[in-house]
Write a protein that binds this ligand. Structure first.
Ligand SMILES: Nc1ncnc2c1ncn2[C@@H]1O[C@H](COP(=O)(O)OP(=O)(O)O)[C@@H](O)[C@H]1O
Ligand SMILES: [Mg+2]
Length: 294
């Protein structure tokens, strides 16, 4: 009997998160795989007193890892569990700056970005020289982001020096970055889904009330046809990051498309509704192909 596992985050209460698990279970079971869904709160992988990684999940053929807990994902892979997405792919996408660095040098367009200087002593002030360099390089308005964040929550637009100073102070002890504001894309971007290396779906997201187009902040999705070239670029991004599945945010500038971020754990409920594409089925088919049809 084919047997797979879906692991969800230990604390999540998001409906969209449960929907991911429900839809994937449905589509995988349609393909004759028995699926258990578990919350990732059972200490399913640990380092034991002998100094070995131990797991209670080794019998599953695969695990769809809807979590981002990098310790458990690493331990599961050590014990040979095939994760969708893989541990390193999730880690590289979770940190926005790491994603940019991983994608750089591959001919992929992205906004000019400065990595925030990490401070270990909160009583130290961000230096004038640092602020000068950021404003000279990026101009105003500019964007600041925490490297770890989602749903638009930790993304800030900065209009002048006093805002820059305040936000730089607030963020200095956490991983963060500063980025050119792509003015033409204000309140607008494209979300692209790639599954198993293939372009699968795209939607335009537009907000009338915020520069951030996240659906969770009031952005509205609509279907959009994207050029072949952008489809191939998104496939290339997924390949570089070794992702089985992802949602890529694309900013629009004149005739250019710039990568905004790559989500290893992108929700697909919204884009399924907007485009009519069965993303969960494509993902389930990819998983089955990877595990059973090699
Ligand atoms: N450099 C930028 N220029 C213009 N808009 C941006 C820029 N970066 C982000 N945004 C807007 O903010 C939204 C959220 O940013 P993103 O990096 O995708 O973070 P999150 O992980 O919170 O979704 C994007 O979908 C986009 O609408
Ligand atoms: Mg985003």
């Amino acid at each position: 009997m084919k047997k797979g596992l879906i692991l969800t985050n230990a604390y999540t209460k998001l409906v969209a998160s449960f929907n991911q698990a429900i839809r994937l279970k449905e589509e995988l079971e349609r393909l004759d795989v028995a699926i258990d869904v578990l919350r990732n709160d059972g200490f399913f992988a640990t380092v034991n007193a002998q100094g070995d990684v131990e797991t209670t999940l080794a019998d599953y053929d695969f695990c769809v890892y809807l979590d981002k807990d990098k310790y458990i994902s690493q331990m599961l892979e050590k014990r040979g569990v095939r994760l969708f997405n893989r541990h390193q792919a999730i880690v590289d996408c979770d940190d926005k700056m790491v994603t940019f660095i991983r994608l750089a040098d591959n001919g992929i367009a992205m906004p000019a970005t400065l990595s925030g200087l990490l401070c270990f002593t909160p009583e130290e002030k961000v230096r004038k020289k640092t602020l000068d360099k950021i404003e000279r390089t990026l101009g105003y308005p500019l964007i600041a982001k925490e490297c770890f964040g989602s749903l638009g929550k930790n993304v800030y637009k900065i209009d002048d020096r006093s805002e820059l100073e305040a936000i730089a102070e607030t963020l200095k002890c956490k991983p963060h970055l500063f980025q050119k504001f792509i003015a033409e894309s204000a309140g607008k971007d494209i979300r692209v889904i790639v599954v198993g290396g293939k372009f699968t779906a795209a939607m335009l997201r537009k907000s009338e009330t915020d520069f951030r187009s996240n659906i969770e902040l009031g952005g509205i999705g609509s279907p959009i046809e994207i050029p072949e070239k952008l489809q191939r670029t998104c496939e290339k991004i997924a390949a570089i990051l070794n992702l089985d599945y992802c949602g890529i945010d694309i900013l629009l500038e004149k005739n250019d498309y710039l990568v905004c971020e790559v989500n290893s754990n992108a929700f697909f409920g919204g884009i399924e509704k907007v485009t009519g594409v069965n993303v969960a089925r494509s993902y389930a088919e990819h998983i089955i192909h990877e595990i059973y049809k090699k």
